[in-house]
Design a protein around this ligand. Structure first.
Ligand SMILES: Cc1cc2nc3c(=O)[nH]c(=O)nc-3n(C[C@H](O)[C@H](O)[C@H](O)COP(=O)(O)OP(=O)(O)OC[C@H]3O[C@@H](n4cnc5c(N)ncnc54)[C@H](O)[C@@H]3O)c2cc1C
Length: 425
């Protein structure tokens, strides 16, 4: 049976057990109603519940069903389009503050893992590899930019230094970061949920919010119940559908696919990625890969802007993996799955208020593993009365995507453009 985007992922197969949460079947009151149980929503829930608020989270499927439970697990630094894009919008001083927020996002993960004893295979070390020799100068510029921001523990590797670390010869150098890395995202997400519940949050699963009514008291309605609250936080990201058409227009869902090999054994796994770093190409259409706790190679990429799913994801992704590691021809693919990444037109996350008491954050553009938790925390800060940092990020301007029938063809064309650019650069 060909694997589908919703097939059981490696993460689901290796997730810690977690009790199913009830479906919403009554009309409840809360201080804050949060829609979406991913990193964004759960992070906000945890902060607010710990501060003593009554928090209810409504999740359409199960905790971590969205991108948070199915991503590459790569914990990245900064923002997807790079610091210059932020600077162009906000000016140098405020862009530096944004970088500090992104740095705090990684620290938040470390703190939460320690505080709530979340077992999620955290490993530091990240290689940004270049597929073309001509991209080497770009690595230097990138390092200089980070040096200027005071972001240390980065190192440029030439081809021979990189070849010692990876079991492939196709890349021409890398920028290595010691303060970025990878983890098991679903187990981290479940850890956040457990901590949020322990702090008093109620989470309802299989509770799709069908509509939202605004006003001094906001209401979220599901098929069998409702939540009335003083504040609402929307953390639905690429999975929002048409719940709030204004938000749907501000992001574009892009599909990304991942495969996980069978366990390779420690030595063979080490021969692929010597130091167990996360690896990603610097292309616009990124290949990303890393090892798992049980020595599998997890290989992702091949973004698609069309919603058409390839008939067999494993067969679709395997040649891509073999183009990097041809020695894996004999290796079985145990899991293949996909998920939707929300991108914005400028690839900077989009956040703001729909109404004075309805906050949203989304569009992390492939870099939300760390950032989503931080935006969740910043929305919690707003509810607690401290909106300065959220308002700074909310100043970033975004062009909405066109709606209607040209939406998808336009993105398919854009994708083709970037593929050609990657090939020619
Ligand atoms: C395949 C893939 C690979 C990725 N790799 C990386 C990576 O390596 N590094 C990185 O930094 N980022 C990566 N990302 C992006 C990252 O996973 C996301 O940015 C991040 O998880 C977003 O978290 P979130 O909580 O905002 O959204 P999500 O985790 O998507 O959660 C949204 C939730 O809202 C729920 N929802 C939607 N509508 C409703 C409704 N009407 N009612 C109730 N609930 C609703 C959904 O069911 C879902 O669970 C990847 C994403 C994908 C899909």
């Amino acid at each position: 049976m060909p694997a589908s985007i919703d097939a059981q992922s490696y993460y689901q197969a290796s997730a810690h057990s977690f009790p199913q949460q009830p479906r919403l079947k009554s009309d409840l009151r809360a201080d804050i109603c949060i829609i979406g149980a991913g990193f964004t929503g759960l992070s906000a829930a945890l902060e607010l519940a710990e501060a003593g608020y009554k928090v209810i989270v409504l999740e359409a499927r199960e905790i971590g069903y969205g991108a948070s439970g199915r991503n590459g697990g790569q914990i990245c630094t900064g923002f997807s389009p790079g610091q210059q894009r932020i600077e162009a919008q906000l000016g140098k001083e405020d862009a530096i503050k944004c970088f500090a927020i992104a740095e705090e996002a990684k620290k938040l993960i470390v703190e939460r893992i320690a505080k709530y004893k979340i077992d999620c295979d955290l490993k530091w070390g990240y290689l940004h590899v270049i597929p073309k020799p001509s991209q080497f100068e770009g690595l230097r510029e990138w390092k200089n930019e980070w040096d200027a921001l005071g972001y240390a523990d980065t190192q440029i590797l030439n081809k021979s230094e990189l070849d010692e670390r990876l079991g492939t010869r196709i890349y021409h150098g890398a920028l290595r970061e010691g303060r970025a890395g990878h983890f098991h995202p679903l187990n981290y997400c479940l850890g956040l949920a457990k901590a949020a519940i322990a702090a008093g949050t109620q989470i309802f699963e299989n509770s799709v919010v069908l509509n939202i009514e605004s006003g001094p008291v906001v209401t979220a309605r599901t098929a069998q119940g409702s939540v009335r609250a003083k504040f609402m936080i929307i953390g639905c990201n690429a999975y929002i559908g048409k719940l709030v058409s204004k938000l749907y227009g501000r992001i574009m869902p892009v599909t990304s696919y991942i495969i996980a090999t069978e366990p390779l054994g420690e030595n063979r796994a080490k021969s692929l990625i010597r130091d167990n770093d996360a690896v990603a190409t610097t292309n616009f259409i990124v290949d990303y890969f890393r090892l798992t706790r049980d020595s599998r190679l997890l290989f992702g990429g091949r973004a698609s802007y069309s919603t058409l799913e390839p008939p067999n994801l494993g067969a679709y992704m395997r040649p891509r993996m073999l183009s990097v590691f041809p020695g894996l021809k004999d290796v079985k693919i145990d899991h293949a799955w996909g998920g939707y990444i929300a991108i914005t037109s400028n690839r900077i996350p989009d956040c703001g208020r729909l109404e004075p008491n309805i906050y949203y954050a989304h569009g992390y553009s492939g870099q939300g593993v760390a950032l989503a938790g931080m935006y969740g925390k910043l929305m919690a800060e707003c509810v607690k009365g401290q909106a300065e940092r959220f308002d700074l990020l909310a100043r970033v301007k975004h062009l909405p995507f066109p709606g209607g029938p040209i939406r998808t063809p336009m993105l398919v064309a854009a994708m083709l453009f970037y593929r050609i650019r990657d090939a020619l650069s």
